[in-house]
Design a protein. Structure first.
Length: 137
């Protein structure tokens, strides 16, 4: 049971780590058409990515998820990790802007970061189905 608890917590935290690593890379994740000038558009897209990363890190720190806790996760319950991860509040510049999206389609809030984390947590819950989250003390 202890090994399963630790693996489940590790899997949940790995999802957060993946998103953080994705936004730390030089690659641009925001593709909104924030300017007709390609240079300015790139700068604004990078700024949007920076806001997503910064707000995610600050929210993770506020929820005691940053720095990422290390195994063996003593005193940490999976149910608490899940709750804290679902409480994260990443924000994108694009969240506040309207009518400027590439192809006329508005990106999902925080460029889908929150919904992706939620989906991964739901999948994790499905994998440990039959075990009560509360038992993962």
């Amino acid at each position: 049971m202890e090994e399963t608890r630790q693996q489940a917590i590790s899997d949940a935290l790995n999802e957060l780590q993946k998103v953080i690593k994705k936004y730390q890379k030089a690659e641009v994740n925001c593709h909104s058409n924030l300017s007709n000038d390609p240079t300015i558009r790139l700068q604004k897209n990078l700024a949007c990515d920076g806001l997503v990363l910064g707000s995610l890190l600050k929210s993770a720190a506020a929820n005691e998820l940053w720095p990422i806790p290390l195994a063996p996760f003593e005193g940490i319950r999976l149910v608490d990790i899940m709750f804290k991860m679902r409480s994260l509040e990443p924000t994108a510049i694009c969240d506040a802007l309207h009518n400027i999206w590439s192809g006329g389609k508005q990106p999902s809030p925080s460029h889908g970061v929150k919904s992706k984390i939620d989906a991964q947590l739901t999948a994790l819950e499905g994998r440990i189905d039959g075990l009560k989250l509360e038992d993962f003390v």
